[in-house]
Design a protein around this ligand. Structure first.
Ligand SMILES: Cc1cc2nc3c(=O)[nH]c(=O)nc-3n(C[C@H](O)[C@H](O)[C@H](O)COP(=O)(O)OP(=O)(O)OC[C@H]3O[C@@H](n4cnc5c(N)ncnc54)[C@H](O)[C@@H]3O)c2cc1C
Length: 485
């Protein structure tokens, strides 16, 4: 430990570890590797480092809470909507944005990120398979791995102008996903120093390493892995600016979440669980795609920086399953010149839906195509019982015509492979927006122009999924371990 004489801020009421007390007395804590963010990217990075080089001194700094303290206060009763907690328990904390997700680990290069462009296609798949092995070892054993290999639906889709993308998907389910995280934490906690509720303010390049500056303490390290995900996007932008790391704008995906009786899609979901299907619209030649399919699942609210959008979950345990299946239909938009802010565009559309509906809007497909607003009575009389309490309204007042036309076209196309999708009572919730971080300039080691400073996971703009983010963590850990041998 080296004395730097920077801090001397001890509060006797605080129950601090010896290391932190030392740090505040003026001893700078020094780690071999510091990881910022305990989402999948950070966790699998820490895991692999401990596997590859046991003697490394590793710390993980996480803005959110430890897993057991992550609780969203919205209970639908006393707290009905977001109260903007200092740290959002849905997006932040051990497990990151994926902690309460459906736990779908897609093993594919066709979607979920562009990791393969950096590490090669074969390597990317190997890494995702390795992550799957870890998940099986830590509680996921017995969960099902679905695959599109050899499926008859590929042909059926092509015959109807739809393209079924190739993938294997491990569905952990929200319940098992949580158990895997619990087990991983138990395995790591004695080998890695975890600092929860510790947002990092900035990262500075020092002589031969990095200084990670928190609200009260600073820590030095030889190598630093930044894995701050979607919730850390604004912070990531600031750090890149400070360190003059080049970034470029990414896309935004906008659309709706479709909810139908599960039986309508069961022939697909029973075999594939999640089918990623792309449709090229006739009118504008835009691509509309299915995203995040949740058989027998529920539709949920999602809060991104105070804007309420929609998402979906499903559980592995039969007792928590519903009679409905939900999935998103999304259209990608990418702005570059002169307007660059793709996320800002998505945010404005989501804000509009929040303004009209006070949150998420729900509309029957039949009402949408007839150009009328849905009301509570028509929804209550419909065949699909909504799993989310949303405001009946009119999505055509929110979504741009081009996007809405594409979604309607795709619903009719899906109706050909899953008759009933275009029923009047099919529910559409809006809006669903998938924000992407700006793409950070990194090399084939996922390393910035600074040696030993890595940016991985969704925060890099390179990955957008559990499997790709986790795989990027394993990849940099191996790179670091090899360099430190
Ligand atoms: C509701 C929901 C459901 C989803 N379902 C799926 C799914 O089924 N399958 C799938 O593939 N993907 C899913 N996703 C996406 C998936 O969760 C993300 O792609 C994945 O979590 C990205 O991992 P990450 O480690 O890059 O970032 P994150 O998981 O976002 O983790 C980043 C962590 O960094 C922390 N952090 C941010 N800034 C700082 C800072 N300054 N200092 C310290 N810590 C910081 C955050 O608190 C966060 O915990 C879902 C996302 C959501 C929100």
């Amino acid at each position: 430990m080296t004395q730097r004489g920077l801090y001397d801020i001890l509060d006797e009421d605080e129950n601090l570890s010896e290391d932190i007390v030392d740090n505040r007395r003026g001893y700078m804590m020094k780690y071999d590797v510091i990881i910022i963010g305990a989402g999948p990217g950070g966790i699998y990075s820490a895991y692999e480092l401990t596997q590859k080089k046991e003697d490394l001194k590793i710390a993980v700094f996480e803005a959110g809470h430890a897993l057991e303290h992550r609780h969203c206060p919205i209970d639908g009763d006393k707290v009905k909507s977001c109260i903007n907690c200092k740290s959002c328990s849905i997006m932040s904390g051990f497990g990151g944005a994926g902690a309460f997700s459906d736990g779908k680990y897609n093993i594919t290069n066709d979607f979920g990120g562009t990791l393969h462009e950096y590490v090669g296609k074969k390597k990317a798949i190997e890494l995702m398979q390795y992550v799957d092995e870890i998940n099986m070892k830590y509680g996921g054993e017995g969960t099902k791995l679905y695959s599109t290999a050899g499926t008859q639906f590929k042909k059926l889709c092509l015959q109807n102008n739809l393209n079924l993308l190739d993938a294997s998907v491990r569905h952990l389910g929200t319940d098992i996903n949580y158990i895997v995280l619990e087990n991983l934490y138990a395995a790591l906690k004695d080998k890695v120093d975890f600092y929860f509720d510790t947002p990092i303010r900035t990262v500075k390049a020092t002589d031969g390493g990095y200084r990670v500056v928190g609200e009260k303490e600073s820590y030095d390290c030889d190598r630093c892995v930044i894995s701050v995900g979607r919730s850390g996007s604004k912070w990531m932008e600031k750090v890149c600016e400070e360190l003059s790391i080049h970034t470029k704008s990414n896309r935004v995906d906008i659309g709706v979440r479709v909810e139908i009786p599960a039986v309508i899609f069961s022939h697909l979901t029973d075999e594939l669980y999640e089918s990623k299907i792309v449709y090229r619209t006739e009118k504008f030649e835009d691509n509309v795609r299915t995203f995040c399919m949740n058989p027998y699942g529920i539709v949920v609210n999602e809060n991104t920086n105070g804007i309420v959008t929609v998402n979906g979950h499903s559980y592995e345990g039969a007792d928590k399953q519903t009679n409905n299946t939900n999935f998103a239909l999304l259209v990608a938009k990418h702005f570059s010149e002169p307007f660059k802010d793709s996320n800002g565009y998505g945010e404005s559309i989501a804000r509009l839906s929040n303004m009209l509906g006070g949150g998420v809007i729900v509309q029957r497909f039949g009402d949408l195509v007839r150009g009328r607003r849905s009301n509570a009575k028509r929804i209550a009389e419909g065949l699909v019982e909504p799993t989310l309490a949303a405001t009946p309204g009119d999505l055509s007042l929110v979504l741009p015509k081009r996007i809405l036309d594409g979604i309607i076209e795709m619903i009719y196309a899906l109706d050909k492979i899953a008759p009933g999708t275009a029923n009047d009572d099919t529910l559409l919730y809006g809006v669903e927006v998938k924000f992407y971080n700006m793409e950070v300039e990194i090399n084939e080691h996922l390393e910035t122009k600074y040696k030993g400073l890595y940016i991985i996971g969704d925060g890099s703009g390179v990955t957008h999924s559990l499997s790709h983010a986790s795989a990027s963590g394993v990849y940099v850990a191996r790179d670091i371990a090899a360099a430190m041998m």
